[in-house]
Design a protein around this ligand. Structure first.
Ligand SMILES: Cc1cc2nc3c(=O)[nH]c(=O)nc-3n(C[C@H](O)[C@H](O)[C@H](O)COP(=O)(O)OP(=O)(O)OC[C@H]3O[C@@H](n4cnc5c(N)ncnc54)[C@H](O)[C@@H]3O)c2cc1C
Length: 388
């Protein structure tokens, strides 16, 4: 059986790895850039290892962790803390925010009184992101911790434009008591300085033909024929992790994404962030959303420290937009795929919530479906394509 995998990021490489465990499959993996791994690939700056953004491994799924840990031995980061800077108070608070943080706020009385007015049915009937968070946490907390973060994250002038909000925007949720779901997740990062790179570089080359720096073109979607670097090839199964509009000549319009500009800064100090603080969110009008101190993850030894700064931009397809209109557009494309196509990963499912662990979970799910030959519906990975 011939399998085509399009996109050599985490999702594509996980699928290639997992399916190459079976002798009946011959796999072609096509990647447009010069290397595999996309933003999860570790690179070096001033001797410091870094990735494009944190790429911290967090999962509740032990099988997924065990799978990765065998290939890329992981170190626990269970001590990790994230904090968020709130300019109005000139203070750092926990991220996700905790009820204990409110105690430290100068306007706590107002916040408590707004929190008391919380009304579940109002929250459920919220029409947009702004409405949702004001109904959930009150106007005071919304204005100083959520409003500006979301506007810069999604490059919008008004959070009322964001009409899906059943997920947690960064810096927003308020936890109380022991932060069970959050604290119970397995939190880890690769032990080796080269990070996750062995996951991409040590693929079984006898079973997987890797085409990097390569161009792919659809010849006939139903027949599963494609041009790779101008040469036509036919497949039995296609796994794609790229934006699905590509396959249909953008006939319902191009899917919109937010990208990221990324800056690296070396500081002349051994460590810049407080102990156990791996990254910082910024909830205000500064253009960046997050700073990462890579040493915290990599344990790299140096007299200097490397900080990564992320700025939302139009460069790249990193974040699918949480707009109903765009999600509907994505679903139109996803529903149009013929049988034995799997559209996975973050861009492939058009789901912002898809992280590294989900890419592995999806690849393991495809393995089961393919081995059982139980393909029944045009939407095989239903869990990932359902929007609440
Ligand atoms: C800044 C940032 C920080 C993140 N931090 C974390 C984190 O801390 N923890 C976590 O779990 N997750 C994190 N994530 C999310 C997680 O890393 C991604 O969800 C995951 O890596 C997505 O993998 P993917 O294979 O779906 O997509 P990608 O990594 O985008 O890979 C897709 C690949 O397809 C290639 N491609 C695109 N078009 C074509 C084409 N036409 N032909 C051939 N190839 C093509 C691209 O070059 C790319 O290599 C982060 C994401 C970002 C953007």
């Amino acid at each position: 059986m011939k399998i085509l995998i399009i996109g050599g990021g985490f999702a594509g490489c996980a699928s290639a790895r997992i399916l190459s465990r079976h002798k009946q499959f011959k796999i072609d993996l096509v990647e447009q850039s010069k290397f595999l791994g996309a933003g999860v690939r570790t690179q070096f700056y001033g001797g410091h290892p870094y990735t494009f953004g944190p790429r911290h491994f967090l999962t509740h799924n032990k099988d997924v962790f065990n799978y990765l840990n065998k290939i890329v031995p992981m170190r626990s980061c269970a001590d990790h803390q994230f904090i968020t800077y709130v300019e109005k108070d000139n203070q750092f608070y926990n991220y996700p925010m905790h009820m204990d943080d409110i105690k430290k706020m100068p306007d706590k009385k107002k916040i408590y009184s707004e929190l008391k007015k919380k009304n579940i049915s109002k929250i459920k009937n919220s029409k947009n992101m702004e409405d949702y968070w004001i109904n959930s946490v009150g106007k005071t907390l919304y204005n100083k911790t959520i409003k500006n973060y979301n506007k810069k994250m999604w490059l919008v002038n008004d959070n009322k434009i964001i009409d899906t909000f059943n997920w947690s925007p960064k810096g927003a949720t308020i936890k109380s008591g022991p932060r069970a779901a959050w604290d119970k997740a397995i939190s880890a990062y690769p032990k080796k300085e080269n990070g996750y790179n062995d996951f991409f570089d040590k693929l079984n080359k006898k079973k997987i033909k890797i085409y990097t720096n390569s161009k792919i073109k659809v010849s006939n979607i139903r027949k599963k024929t494609f041009f790779i670097n101008g040469k036509m090839k036919k497949y039995d199964i296609v796994i794609t992790s790229i934006s699905p509009d590509f396959f249909f000549n953008y006939k319902h319009g191009q899917l919109k994404f937010i990208g990221r500009d990324f800056h690296k800064i070396v500081l002349p100090v051994k460590e810049a962030f407080p102990k156990n603080v791996y990254f910082l969110y910024y909830a205000n009008k500064e253009r960046f959303t997050r700073l990462v101190e890579y040493k915290k993850f990599t344990k790299h030894k140096s007299k200097t420290t490397l900080i990564g700064m992320e700025i939302p931009s139009k460069n790249g397809k990193h974040y699918p937009l949480p707009f109903k209109k765009e999600i509907k557009r994505a679903q139109k494309y996803l529903k149009s795929f013929p049988e034995w196509y799997f559209s996975i990963g973050r861009a492939g499912t058009y789901r912002y919530e898809v992280d590294i662990d989900d890419c592995i979970e999806q690849a393991l799910e495809i393995e089961k479906i393919v081995l059982n030959k139980k393909y029944e519906t045009a939407l095989p990975l239903k869990k990932w394509w359902k929007y609440g």
